[in-house]
Design a protein around this ligand. Structure first.
Ligand SMILES: CC(C)(COP(=O)(O)OP(=O)(O)OC[C@H]1O[C@@H](n2cnc3c(N)ncnc32)[C@H](O)[C@@H]1OP(=O)(O)O)[C@@H](O)C(=O)NCCC(=O)NCCS
Length: 412
């Protein structure tokens, strides 16, 4: 197996076949899909494993940021990992992904993250689960939101640049991931002819908030692929817009936005659910953890962690499982080893070494990432054995690490 950068002229045909074998967007189907794919790849990095003279695995990544409290940290999004059928379970995907992640670490990225196909595979590279995200299906007529005061404007594929521009001012929150939207949004917009957009403009004609959705027949369920808004007022107007379509559309499915509970805005939620269960338009709330992240640079991540509840110092004895997957020549060997960690009001930090006066925490980079982002509590990580530390230290961490829910949201 040879690991090398993707070369579009040489590898595109093989990569189209890999994606087809994975059941991913069929790039053969239309020229527009292929153009969108090329745009998407060119916004980031792409590497392949060559096997029997052809590309049989592709790993892509895109650069961006992740919000840690109020700081934007540099973020590598691992945006696709795919292997053709003949090369499955030969170890190439894991090693190629480790190589791509280690390169980002060498380049100084603070955090890497991805969406998972299932739990376990990326854990071996040091990634840890982020919290559940919720998908809700609602009957629009049950939404308790203000009447729509103005008609929305219609958006089509031709408005893609305006929609992309709108994402630059989107609502910010802990855990929000931003990567250059150009490639992604174009790729998604080209995926279906049943999609439509609706939105609202500022006085200067720029989009202030909008949604993009797939219709699935005259009565739905309509699937919202994204809602972009700057503030909760904009979100509520989008929900009013959804309600406005309720005379025709029986249900809308969407990812619950950060920091809200849609049930607050639903009339008789349990009655509606009970009556609709089992039907095509059943209302529901489902939750899954589909995103994982890992720290690449301890100093950068910890310095963004400002904790008003006080100062705390400890030794960290850390395992980084990515080490076993790294190529021999990789200068970056992961984050395993001994660290002295300081969590503070002003700025926290981590330096290599140990201090005999301080208590020791033993853990993995997977669990530490979850801990410092607030994806899992110290006491829970201790109870499950993911961190091992004296009870006093765990209790103190529980007092200090009072963080908002980190929601990585849609990756663009
Ligand atoms: C996911 C995918 C890339 C893995 O490819 P692969 O060739 O099997 O990967 P590797 O050979 O590097 O790794 C296989 C190892 O991972 C293990 N593995 C796979 N899924 C796992 C999981 N969820 N938990 C733990 N281990 C897992 C396998 O058991 C195997 O272990 P072994 O080396 O001890 O035998 C491949 O199945 C694929 O292309 N799937 C379709 C596209 C897709 O879903 N991509 C992921 C997007 S997030």
């Amino acid at each position: 197996m040879i690991y090398r950068p993707y070369d579009s002229e040489r590898d595109e045909k093989a990569v189209i076949r890999i994606w087809q074998e994975c059941g991913w967007p069929d790039l053969k189907k239309s020229k527009k899909n292929r153009v969108a794919f090329r745009d998407w790849v060119s916004c980031g990095t792409a590497d392949v494993v060559e096997f029997r003279g052809e590309a049989e695995s592709l790993v892509t990544s895109h650069p961006g940021s992740i919000t840690m409290l109020d700081t934007a940290l540099s973020f590598q999004a691992v945006t696709s990992v795919t292997v053709g059928r003949p090369m499955r379970r030969m170890g190439g995907a894991g090693e190629l992904t480790a190589m791509v992640v280690s390169r980002a670490a060498e380049e100084g990225f603070a955090v890497s993250g991805l969406g998972i196909f299932d739990q376990g595979f990326y854990d071996k590279l040091g990634f840890g689960n982020f919290p559940y995200s919720r998908t809700v299906t609602v009957d629009p007529l049950t939404l308790i939101v203000p009447e729509l005061k103005r008609p929305p404007i219609r958006l089509t594929k031709k408005d893609i640049s305006r929609m992309i521009e709108n994402t630059s001012s989107r609502f910010n929150h802990h855990g929000l991931v931003k990567i250059p939207p150009e490639g992604f949004m174009r790729l998604m917009v080209e995926q279906s002819d049943d999609c439509f957009g609706l939105g609202f403009e500022d006085n200067d004609g720029r989009l202030s908030h909008h949604l993009w959705a797939k219709s699935n027949g005259p009565h739905g369920p309509y699937e919202v692929w994204w809602m972009v808004y700057r503030d909760y007022e904009g979100l509520i107007e989008l929900l009013s817009l959804i309600r406005n379509l309720g005379d025709q559309v029986n249900s809308f499915k969407f990812r619950e936005p950060w920091g809200i509970q849609i049930q607050d805005l639903v009339k008789r939620p349990f009655r509606t659910r009970d009556i609709s269960t089992g039907g095509e338009f059943a209302t529901s709330v489902s939750a899954e953890s589909t995103k994982q992240a890992r720290i690449l640079n301890m100093g950068k991540v910890l310095s963004a962690l400002r904790l008003p509840a006080g100062k705390i110092r400890f030794n960290l004895d850390m395992i980084d499982p990515i080490e076993d997957f790294l190529p021999v020549g990789s200068a970056w060997r992961g984050l395993g080893g001994e660290w002295i960690v300081t969590l503070d009001e002003e700025s926290s930090g981590a330096v290599r070494g140990s201090d005999g006066e301080l208590p020791v925490m033993r853990t993995s980079v997977n669990a530490l990432t979850r801990l410092v982002f607030g994806a899992a509590t110290p006491r829970w990580l201790s109870a499950t054995g993911e961190i091992q530390a004296p009870a006093d230290l765990v209790c103190r961490l529980d007092e200090v690490l009072r963080l908002p829910v980190p929601d990585m949201v849609q990756i663009f």
